[in-house]
Design a protein around this ligand. Structure first.
Ligand code: 16G
Ligand code: ZN
Length: 531
């Protein structure tokens, strides 16, 4: 198998621990960092094949997002900046689990099934988060790429969404933006300045935002970007990585699940705050009121704010484009009710995991997708983008329409359409609040969340639970769903579901009900039913 050069020899330098099997899950491979060297090398090989096959630049991101610092992970980014397609996820799993001696045969199988032309040039770009293990692991990815003579470019420390953005820029001939961090900062800050021009009377207090960087890459990149945003946005960064551990008692996942402020954040009453996760593809907002009560504005609240803002602007612009919101089973029932009944927007529910939401959102003119955990973005169809750009340029339109057209155009430019992006989402939220003259309290009071609770349960084999209806109902084991239904009936405005986690060896339980007391009891009872 001469076409695989020195794969056999080089892969021996990245040996697979005996007996280890891993699966390319919801967001790639994720496990303890010391078990991943061989996976990284092999993902370098696979990304090179994918690049040859698609004749495009492919991305490889080394990160384990909100997981503890000792974990790591890797995911592949497809040509348009989206997650790699399911067939290639399967190849990734095969390749990661192949015995050393079978590696070339597995590669050959992929080349044959996918009709990869090995003579085609390949280009792979890589990035990594701030975990201590990430640098060595990203070197293993580079080894894999060079082993198949792919061309590589290492962006070093970048947020996950920045790497998605670079992939998209590279494959669209620069139409989307410059494929550099500088290009990213310039594109976003310019759009942000265009939008905030429409809110000239903001006070210094209103321009102030506290950011929890989860002691990760987001903090680092916000520091680089700060200067581009002044004076329209003044950020104060906490958990900037200078002392605390990555994701430890901080970050978007911690704040969302614990429903409390992160460690180290010095918030005064009413002050707007936000938290990124460890690779800055998620964001949640919050504030504490004068009674020290904590108020969380999660992905559902963000989706509501965005879809309301876009709907209003589209109406002002006289553009007849359909806005839809894509959620998962974790979306708070109050948000779904508000969107459907008050906002009259189409709401869809998909399985957990960005790829599912992204895919669904692509079906609409304007698809707003957010997971309750704060991962999300907005996708504009080609038709929608064209109509918006035409209106922004149109000289005969009324002033009101033109203003709306320009605002929409800058909004499109501010959004990272490749994937959910904490920095881009944060700027969008700040701009929307400014343009609409809303405080964080106004935003929080759009609707009131139903009290909710998430628990995790350790079981012998979480795969015995199979779900349907976008994970809202369990099909197996027999009787489980009936028990859940019976428990839910005991409470008011209640809902509950269980699903096997795609990133941890646990079963997740979600419940909501009319009071915190009820929901805590319900979640507990459902978790007992899972055993
Ligand atoms: C990953 C997913 C996230 C999902 C979470 C669910 C991506 C980029 N990230 O972090 O969307 O909400 O997994 O985790 O797809 P779970 O299956 O452990 O609940
Ligand atoms: Zn993340």
């Amino acid at each position: 198998m001469a076409q695989f050069g020195d794969v056999s020899q080089k892969s021996a330098l990245h040996p697979k621990p005996k007996g280890l099997t891993l699966q390319y899950g919801t967001a790639g491979f994720r496990t303890a960092a010391d078990r991943l060297d061989h996976v990284m090398f092999r993902m370098g090989l696979l990304a090179t094949l994918r690049s040859k096959q698609t004749k495009s630049t492919i991305g490889v991101m080394v990160t384990a997002s909100h997981n503890p610092e000792e974990d790591n992970g890797v995911k592949l980014i497809d040509p348009m900046g989206e997650m790699v397609t399911p067939a290639w996820e399967g190849y990734a799993t095969q390749l990661a689990n192949a015995d050393q001696d079978d590696l070339c045969a597995v590669l050959k199988g992929i080349v044959e099934s996918e009709g990869v032309d090995m003579a085609q040039a390949a280009s792979v770009i890589i990035g990594r988060d701030t975990r201590p293990s990430s640098e060595n692991l990203s070197r293993a990815v580079l080894d894999g790429i060079s082993c198949l003579e792919g061309h590589s470019h290492d962006f070093g420390l970048v947020t996950t969404p920045q790497l998605h953005y670079m992939v998209l820029c590279r494959n669209t001939g620069g139409c989307y933006g410059d494929a550099t961090t500088q290009g990213y900062y310039e594109k976003l800050s310019k759009a942000f300045a265009e939008l905030t021009k429409n809110a000239p009377k903001r006070t210094l207090d209103q321009k102030m935002l506290l950011v929890d960087g989860a002691n990760g890459i987001g903090a680092l990149k916000m520091k680089e970007m700060e200067a581009f945003l002044k004076p329209e946005l003044q950020v104060e960064i906490f958990n900037d990585g200078s002392s605390g551990r990555l994701n430890y008692e901080c970050g978007a996942d911690y704040v969302k699940v614990q429903q409390k402020a992160p460690r180290g954040m010095q918030m005064s009453p009413g002050q707007r705050c936000c938290s990124f996760d460890g690779d800055a593809d998620r964001i949640v907002y919050y504030y504490s009121d004068s009674n020290a009560r904590f108020h969380l504005l999660d992905g559902d609240k963000i989706a509501t704010l965005i879809s309301t803002y876009l709907k209003e602007l589209l109406t002002e612009a006289g553009l007849n484009l359909q806005v839809a919101v894509v959620q998962t089973a974790y979306a708070n029932g109050s948000s779904t009710r508000y969107l459907e009944d008050v906002m009259k927007v189409t709401v869809c529910c998909t399985k957990t995991g960005v790829k599912h939401l992204h895919h669904e959102a692509q079906k609409f003119d304007v698809g707003v997708y957010f997971e309750a955990n704060g991962h999300g973005t907005v996708l504009f169809s080609k038709k929608a983008e064209e109509q918006i750009r035409e209106l922004a340029e149109e000289s005969n339109a009324s002033d009101e329409k033109k203003r709306a057209g320009k605002l929409l155009e800058s909004t499109v430019n501010l959004i990272n359409q490749a994937t959910g992006d904490a920095i881009s989402d944060m700027l969008l939220i700040e701009a929307m609040l400014a343009v609409r003259g809303m405080s964080v309290q106004d935003w929080a009071s759009i609707y009131t969340d139903l009290p909710n609770r998430q628990l995790k349960v350790k079981v012998a084999d979480r795969r015995v639970i199979e779900t349907t209806d976008a994970e809202r109902r369990a099909v197996t084991p027999a009787g489980l769903q009936d028990s859940i239904d019976a428990l839910v009936k005991k409470y008011r405005q209640a809902r509950a579901f269980v699903r096997p986690s795609g990133t941890e060896d646990v079963v997740r339980v979600y419940a909501e009900a009319d009071t915190q007391e009820s929901v805590d009891a319900l979640a507990h009872q459902v978790s007992l039913a899972v055993y």
